[in-house]
Design a protein around this ligand. Structure first.
Ligand SMILES: C[S@@+](CC[C@H](N)C(=O)[O-])C[C@H]1O[C@@H](n2cnc3c(N)ncnc32)[C@H](O)[C@@H]1O
Length: 336
């Protein structure tokens, strides 16, 4: 980030974020990300200032030797395709920022999903979270099957099916009906082939920002790495509460802090499309450039929506907790 921004920074003068963005030719749709970069660089002591008044350069990062990112990723339990993707995003940061390259070209090269699978499935944190989500869904189904059979499961933003893989494996032999959905048809065809062995799996388009109020009732809703796309997370959680049968639950996977590796890669996917207006967020993120809620905010939002957060994993002292991703299980009371 610093290498990309450095030519637009002055050592002496404070420059406004707009001035820095203009000097870098930063695409207007991605400028929210520049503000996030500058805040992150400020937290690392490389720049001084704030979003309102502007920034100036202070010093380069401590180590003059660039660590080998692939090795660092290997130490963190990230797979090689994910490391290669993060390195490629870094190498093309200026092109990404100036919109001469789209992140999708790096994440889905020629429509291939291997890199995306590495990002959302084949790394230490995702493996932990997906297995935990699978176990939680199976336990919930087991607890509900006496009242309802089959137990109806809706997955939102299922995408490449990283979480679906572990959930379906855990559901083997249990009485379920599973609705695999996404906002994009791109993922549905691949999912039909991938989950062809499960006769209880159905597929469909659902946009959680538009379609939730017209969904039928379900017993369990799974939303892995997707709820941060809601225009208003509080409204969406309330709608999920309303479409759950009493005693039903949401199983949510979310990142609770944007690490630098996300700010220079997958966060580019969160910008509006070219020539589209920025969707004004109306929840706790309004007026900030944040995409993610903190763990505490998620707990508060779940409670406010009537979804009691019964289990949040990993717990704070678990080594995987350092990567700031969590599984939240929020339950709608049986008496409602
Ligand atoms: C980061 S990916 C996560 C994919 C998958 N759940 C996983 O964790 O492996 C986000 C997914 O959410 C979908 N998505 C984005 N906006 C959405 C919306 N408004 N409604 C439903 N799905 C959405 C995207 O198409 C994408 O598949």
């Amino acid at each position: 980030m610093l290498a990309a921004v450095r030519p637009a920074l002055s050592d002496s003068d404070i420059r406004t974020v707009d001035d820095i963005a203009d000097r870098m030719d930063f695409a207007p749709r991605h400028r929210w990300l520049l503000r996030q970069w500058l805040q992150a660089l400020g937290a690392h002591g490389s720049v001084e200032g704030d979003v309102d008044s502007g920034y100036r350069f202070v010093r380069a990062v401590r180590s003059p030797i660039r660590p080998d990112l692939v090795q660092v990723c290997a130490d963190l339990g990230y797979s090689r395709p994910l490391a290669t993707f993060l390195q490629a995003s870094d190498d093309h940061l200026t092109e990404l920022a100036t919109d001469t390259m789209r992140l999708q070209e790096l994440l889905f090269p020629d429509g291939d999903m291997t890199t995306a699978e590495a990002a959302y499935r084949d790394n230490l944190s995702s493996r932990y979270l997906n297995l935990a989500a699978g176990r939680a869904v199976a336990d919930l189904v087991d607890g509900l099957r006496g009242d309802r059979s089959p137990v109806r499961v809706l997955e939102l933003g299922a995408g490449i099916g990283g979480t679906t893989d572990d959930v379906t494996a855990a559901l083997s032999g249990l009485p379920v009906e599973y609705h695999f959905t996404d906002v994009s048809t791109f993922f549905l065809e691949a999912a039909k082939a991938r989950f062809a062995d499960y006769p209880w799996m159905r597929y469909g388009l659902v946009d959680m920002n538009a379609d939730l109020a017209k969904q039928p009732r379900y017993d369990i809703v799974i939303a892995a790495n997707v709820l941060h796309n809601a225009f208003d997370i509080g409204v969406t959680l309330r709608q999920l509460h309303d479409l759950l049968n009493p005693g039903g639950a949401v199983v949510i996977i979310e990142t609770c802090h944007a690490h630098c590796e996300q700010l220079t890669s997958v966060h580019f996917l969160m910008s509006p499309g070219q020539d589209q207006p920025h969707a004004g967020l109306t929840d706790v993120r309004a007026g900030t450039d944040r995409i993610f809620l903190t763990e505490r905010e998620w707990r508060e939002q779940l409670v406010a929506a009537g979804l009691h957060p019964e289990l949040v994993l990993p717990e704070g002292d678990h080594p995987v907790a350092l990567l700031d991703q969590r599984v939240f299980i929020g339950v709608r009371g049986r008496g409602e």
